[in-house]
Design a protein around this ligand. Structure first.
Ligand code: UFG
Length: 344
């Protein structure tokens, strides 16, 4: 069983992945600055798994924090990690347009500092949270990993730069084992309803917004355009259940630790697209009532259709998504109904 460091492990994807890794028997140290997150998430992960997690409050841009994490021996928290799963980062597109310096500092410089600390400590295995945002307005759908990298906002640029840094590192020496996982649209929640997505403020993304309409926190969903060249005119995305995504991390880690040093670049998606209206109807089924919505103008920067070609992940990891849209909506609603104010 491996000893793992999870940066940003208290977040939406981090907490679900922590649960899957604990259940697989791994030992976890979680680093989180709790900027947009609540420590209750990890308490519930411990409750669900019956296992302990070592928690470190801090962030990667703080040298003292990295020193504490990687210092070995009786006084260090971490010491020898077998691998790091690096979730920590900022991900709001609009915020990144207003604060590019912050995004480059956290998403690129934070990653660089982490990698330097890993190298110094002799830890060369990393699973990195990347994003389908790298593909920008995709030229082909479904999108293979070989598609052009053409991000269209500072968030995407910072992720693309971090991916490039990882490729440069992998090319510099033969000891690195790196997986760059490009997430499509992570949604849903653990079926217990105990952990789920808890966005700060007004949600930017469709699924948490619909969830908040269903629970009565928002009056209506605004649908950004019904004149896209899609099945019903609304935007199409590849929604992936967060538990499938968590299992994708566990599978990538297993392959990395068992195989030769390598650089893996993988799409994690279902390969299926659903429109905004299909998600809305799925959520209505789950919560048992009609949800109010209004069609408004397109949102700047949106693509019509973004769907993964996940065949490489299937071939290399033996992983594929197992949960469909109905399961996503059922689990998402169980979480939102039981926690109308998230973890607060
Ligand atoms: N949408 C609405 N109303 C809303 C929110 C979204 O109609 O209130 C629509 C969008 O126009 C789009 C679809 O719902 O067609 C999905 O939008 P999201 O904001 O949920 O997701 P995006 O695909 O735009 O982007 C998300 C993340 C990105 C990430 C990307 C990966 O926000 O950071 O998925 O594919 F890169």
């Amino acid at each position: 069983m491996a000893r793992l460091l999870l940066t940003g492990g208290a977040g939406f994807i981090g907490s679900h992945t922590a649960l899957v890794l604990l259940q697989a028997g791994h030992h976890l140290v979680v680093l989180d600055d709790f900027r947009n997150r609540n420590p209750v998430a990890l308490k519930r992960v411990k409750q669900l798994s019956g296992k302990q997690i070592t928690l470190v409050a801090g962030n990667l841009n703080d040298p003292a924090c990295l020193e504490r994490l990687f210092r070995g021996g009786p006084y260090g928290i971490g010491g020898s990690f077998d691998a790091v799963i690096h979730f920590a980062g900022l991900k709001a597109v609009g915020e990144s347009v207003k604060h590019p310096l912050l995004y480059w500092q956290v998403n690129l410089e934070g990653t660089r500092l982490l990698l330097a600390a890993m190298a110094a400590a002799g830890c060369f295995s990393l699973v990195f949270s990347s994003s389908a945002t790298l593909y920008g307005m995709p030229n082909q759908v479904p999108i293979p990993e070989s598609a052009q990298i053409q991000p269209i906002n500072p968030y995407g640029h910072s992720k693309a730069a971090a991916e490039q840094l990882l490729a440069d590192l992998a090319g510099s020496s033969s000891c690195w084992r790196i997986a760059r996982l490009r997430y499509f649209n992570p949604v849903g929640a653990h079926p217990s309803g105990l952990i789920g997505e808890d966005p700060a403020g007004i949600p930017n993304n469709l699924f948490p917004f619909v969830s908040q309409v269903a629970v009565g926190k928002r009056p209506e969903l605004l649908i950004f355009g019904d004149d896209w060249p899609t099945i019903d005119g609304t935007g199409v995305r590849d929604y992936i259940h967060v538990m499938d995504l968590a299992e994708g991390h566990a599978a990538a880690l297993e392959v990395l630790l068992a195989g030769a040093p390598q650089l893996l670049t993988l799409n994690l998606g279902s390969g299926e697209g659903h429109s905004v209206l299909q998600v809305l109807r799925g959520f209505e089924q789950a919560c048992g009532r009609e949800l109010p919505y209004r069609i408004v103008d397109r949102r700047p920067g949106d693509a019509a259709i973004t769907v993964a070609d996940p065949s490489l992940a299937k071939a290399l990891l033996g992983w594929r998504t197992k949960r469909n849209l109905a399961q996503i909506c059922t689990d998402g609603w169980a979480w939102q109904a039981a926690n109308p104010n998230g973890y607060r």
